[in-house]
Design a protein around this ligand. Structure first.
Ligand SMILES: [Zn+2]
Ligand SMILES: [Zn+2]
Length: 205
């Protein structure tokens, strides 16, 4: 059969909150940094709706799962992002479904003081910890927060689907070194990345 006659592959994204149950404090939290707590349910449903507007995908919101405590590094008050990312494969096992983990806790990766998110082929993870305007001493803004969460989620999902970083500062695939980069670029793909993404999805990633 010619490729053009095939049913288009339907992308599926599983939105997985990695939430710490109420009252939970990782042991020996020395920095005063919030260990996270549950991810706010309003931002989860907003993200689900916003992602559906960007990816032609079925998006399923999973029940909250506690983040693996073996990945919590007491001295830093942060979770090792790479560890939580790995764990997503065991939580979402349906073939062809890309897990997007979302946590309210702060994340780091070797060689980086913090990361907004991380991804590899087929898996993505973001933290909302540094996306809250209050974290940066800014006035509370649900609109700005929602846009930042969407931007980071789209960026990491782009990586999970095989896209690399883009050199165009207005493209969501541009690397965010600080929150100002995230605010400037927003959640939209440049023309080139949008075309590349279409090809990835059409060929199954
Ligand atoms: Zn990136
Ligand atoms: Zn781009």
């Amino acid at each position: 059969m010619a490729p053009g006659n095939r049913e288009p592959a339907r992308l599926r994204i599983a939105l997985v909150p990695l939430g710490e149950p109420a009252g939970h404090q990782p042991e020996g939290e020395p920095t005063g940094r919030s260990p996270g707590g549950e991810v706010d349910s309003a931002i989860l449903s907003a993200l689900r709706d916003d992602l559906a507007g960007i990816f032609a995908a079925g998006i399923e919101l999973y029940p909250s799962v506690p983040p693996g405590q073996k990945h919590f590094v007491k001295e830093r008050g942060q979770y090792l992002a790479d560890g939580l990312l790995e764990d997503l494969s065991a939580i979402v096992s349906e073939p062809g479904t890309i897990p997007l983990g979302i946590t309210a806790a702060d994340l780091f990766s070797p060689g980086m003081n913090f990361v907004f998110g991380i991804a590899n082929r087929g898996r993505a993870l973001i933290s909302v910890f540094r996306l809250r305007p209050e974290f940066h001493g800014e006035a509370t803004s649900p609109v700005a927060f929602r846009r930042r969460v969407l931007t980071e989620a789209v960026h990491e999902l782009g990586h999970a689907l095989g896209l690399a970083h883009c050199e165009y500062p207005g493209c969501v695939m541009y690397f965010s070194n600080w929150i100002g980069d995230t605010d400037r670029k927003g959640p939209g793909f440049c023309y080139r990345c949008a075309r590349a993404l279409e090809r990835r999805i059409a060929t199954g990633g």
